[in-house]
Design a protein around this ligand. Sequence first.
Ligand code: GLU
Length: 494
Amino acid sequence: MSEIRTRIAPSPTGDPHVGTAYIALFNRCFAHQQSGKFVLRIEDTDQARSSAQSEQDIFAALRWLGLDWDEGPDKGGDFGPYRQSERSSIYSNHIKTLLDNGSAFHCFCSAERLQQVRTEQMANKQQLGYDGHCLRLPAEEVQSKLAAGEENVIRMKIPDSGDCVFTDKLRGEVRISWEQIDMQVLIKSDGLPTYHFANVVDDHLMAITHVIRGEEWINSVPKHVLLYQYFDWDPPVFCHMPLLRNPDKSKLSKRKNPTSIGYYRAMGYLPEAVVNYLGMMGWSMPSGEEKFSLNEMTNEFDLSRVSLGGPIFDIEKLDWLNGKYIREDLDDAEFANQFASWAFQAEKLAAIIPLIKQRVERFSDVVNLAQFFISADVKISTESFEHKSLSVNSNLKILQFALWRLETVSDWNREEIESALQDLANKLELKIRDFLFPLFVAVTGNAVSISVIESIAILGIDITRARLRQAITVLGGISKKAAKNLEKEYRQLG
Ligand code: GLU
């Protein structure tokens, strides 16, 4: 049998997500258990949303967890380039094959026409999707439109009846009716491929034998198997892992649970414990032992031990496991070492010192002033938010709006954070001092402290988000109805 090859294919469009690490872990274990290769491919075809910073953060987060890869953009390998933005010519060559064999076609429909089709389909309660208009254009007309340089996309043809039947390694036979499948755009009007096209071409050219990914992609498989058929390629084995869930069973989301790997690092979890915990999501060791290392999991790995019930990502359980690692695996000297390198990272200290130096008279004053930089949360109560002109509701509103606004800051630095918050204060017609009051309390635990903006910049979005959410909870929380109204008001601010 040929070599087993798996991949993780993140899009570098945001914070490295625990879901990415979870899928990476299973791909890595599966490949390495069989002496195969685990590949990292960066899917950055969405140029507007992709960033080099996010790519670096993904590398760092996976490395921190010990989930390193055998081939990838930074490592090379025989199947590169491993970044989709560097593979444009490969996609343009491959789309020609599909245009030539008649399985793809140019579509010249305007956004307005597509919207009109959609509105009609909605009114008639029909399946939404492209209506095949350009599929019926005479060949000469297509040629003359192309010669005239008319803007177009390239779509794939889809059978108009019957079912797509494929096998998912964990679920067995899956049947999806072709009527539910849209004539997917493969190449956008800017000439760049969509996820579906680039993903299939790359999985084939990178000789991926097993596609192990999240359940949310299962409905895309019909498009993918059809593309393999159009190219006359053998499809890989598909295996869709159950989605991680919040304790209330909803899909894991950052509104309910911290989802960024950076959060767990900043909070002082041990990477071994986080990986172990992710391994417990839908999988168990044959011995039933809950504590296991990446190597142990790799040696024992078997996809047939994956269970499909939605695994719950429960921080309390992770805390328990992390505590167990700390007690059982770190002797006192190692604890001291690891704690010191976590708490006193040179870069973080270099940012904090200039802020506190002016305010201390003895080193022993430092902890009081700077403890909020290293403690998990801050000690606050409703009273902490008492203010001469801000009611509880105004405090809540500022905290929630600030959270939403900070989540849109793409370059996380002092200037960007300041201008985002200043802009919000102006729009709310609040004095910056009053506006910053609840943020001071939420982030630093004190109404007067060192610069809250600098502090937010140093703490990072993950911890800041957690603190703002803690403060919202302390103030009694925001009901669903109130959240809806706030969202509306926030949108109107522009
Ligand atoms: N780029 C996709 C993602 O961000 C990859 C999905 C897949 O594994 O096919 O998850």
